[in-house]
Design a protein around this ligand. Structure first.
Ligand code: NDP
Length: 330
């Protein structure tokens, strides 16, 4: 198999020197194992964090290790009683063409419900992130004014549509006219193009009574603009801060945090893995919304080989994706 390993820890943006392409001969599956042929590799902003040698919610990827990645694929050989040849699966098997698995972190996916790439997006980790972030952390209620950054991305686009389905007023912040037009098309009440508009001013216009939930995917100046426009009792959901992931030095913290005092608001971070008991119900709920047309699952599918992994990852930081970014292995 061909697979991507970490050659060197990056400072700033990863580049070609970050990765190595490794070719190895995999043995056949041992008793209790399956061999999976990978068809889609998920690209996630969190991957940038896993390259840093720091204490975090998961151990860093070590130099020489296969890059951690969630994938979908097909079982091509099985010596595991729960998996048969031909089963469609997803799991964290890494940036590789083929992988052996003992089945522990492998799930069967129902490709009659949604295509494999959607199981990495709206019905996968990003969808669950949007769902739990809004419900568990944001305590979303009908009528809330909800603002979402990186709104045209994997998590953001699901979050916005879930909030609409709940009866909220939804304002999306995204980069560029195409993304903003798409958000309007899928039902966002207002959109702000942070690349060409003043976010602070536009939030005041579009949320004149203030924000009940700010679902933050980007951090930085946009977080500050949202903090300046809260409503009493607001929930600021810290999902991610992609605008800072490649920074070489720490930026100054949120300058507007005293808004939390003024508006008796709270700011809380969370991880998608925090609510395992609620995952199945969330997936069922979102599958039904996809079925009814209330939730549009979109993916940006880049076709290539595993050796395109590093280059494709950069698309996230350049905003080249709309919806979930995946690499489809040719
Ligand atoms: P996206 O599909 O949203 O892709 C990233 C997007 O971020 C880009 O398309 C780009 O959109 C935007 N972006 C990139 N750089 C900047 C910048 N400097 N300022 C503003 N926007 C930027 O990725 P995901 O949906 O997978 O992830 C979104 C966020 O959610 C990330 O912060 C991620 O770390 C976080 N996350 C957190 C989880 C958790 O458990 N807490 C789980 C999963 C994701 P644009 O063109 O609009 O700039």
């Amino acid at each position: 198999t061909t697979r991507i390993t970490l050659a060197q820890r990056p400072t700033g943006l990863p580049d070609d020197s970050t990765w190595a392409v490794e070719k190895v001969e995999l043995p056949g599956p041992a008793e209790g194992q399956v061999l999976v042929k990978v068809d889609h590799i998920s690209l996630d902003p969190a991957m940038r964090g896993w390259l840093n040698d720091v204490r975090s919610y998961l151990p860093p990827v070590q130099i020489g290790d296969v890059m951690r990645a969630t994938v979908t694929g097909t079982v091509v050989e099985s010596r595991h009683r729960d998996f048969a040849v031909g089963d469609a699966v997803s799991g964290t098997l890494g940036a590789t063409e083929y992988a052996l698995s003992d089945g522990d972190d492998l799930q069967k996916i129902d490709t009659s419900v949604a295509a494999p790439a959607t199981w990495l997006g709206a019905l996968g980790m990003p969808g669950l992130t949007a769902y739990h972030g809004l419900h568990e952390v944001g305590e979303m209620t009908a009528g809330d004014t909800v603002v979402i950054s990186a709104a045209a991305g994997a998590v953001g686009s699901v979050a916005g549509q879930l909030a609409k389905a709940k009866g909220c007023t939804v304002i999306g912040i995204a980069g560029g006219p195409d993304k903003c037009a798409w958000l309007t098309e899928i039902g966002f009440d207002a959109v702000i193009d942070y690349k060409s508009e003043n976010v602070l001013k536009r939030l005041r216009q579009t949320a004149p009574d203030g924000i009940d939930i700010y679902f933050d995917n980007v951090g930085g100046d946009i977080l500050d603009a949202a903090l300046a426009n809260l409503r009493r009792g607001a929930r600021v959901v810290i999902c991610g801060a992609i605008s800072t992931y490649n920074d070489e030095t720490l930026a100054p913290g949120p300058r507007r945090y005293m808004s939390l005092l003024v508006f008796r608001a709270r700011m809380q971070g969370f991880l998608v893995f925090d609510y395992p008991d609620k995952d199945a119900a969330a997936i069922a709920d979102m599958s039904a919304l996809i079925g009814s047309g209330a939730l549009v699952a979109r993916e940006t599918v880049v076709e290539g080989g595993v050796e395109d992994f590093g280059r494709t990852l950069l698309d996230l930081f350049e905003g080249r994706n709309t919806g979930k970014l995946v690499l489809k292995i040719a």
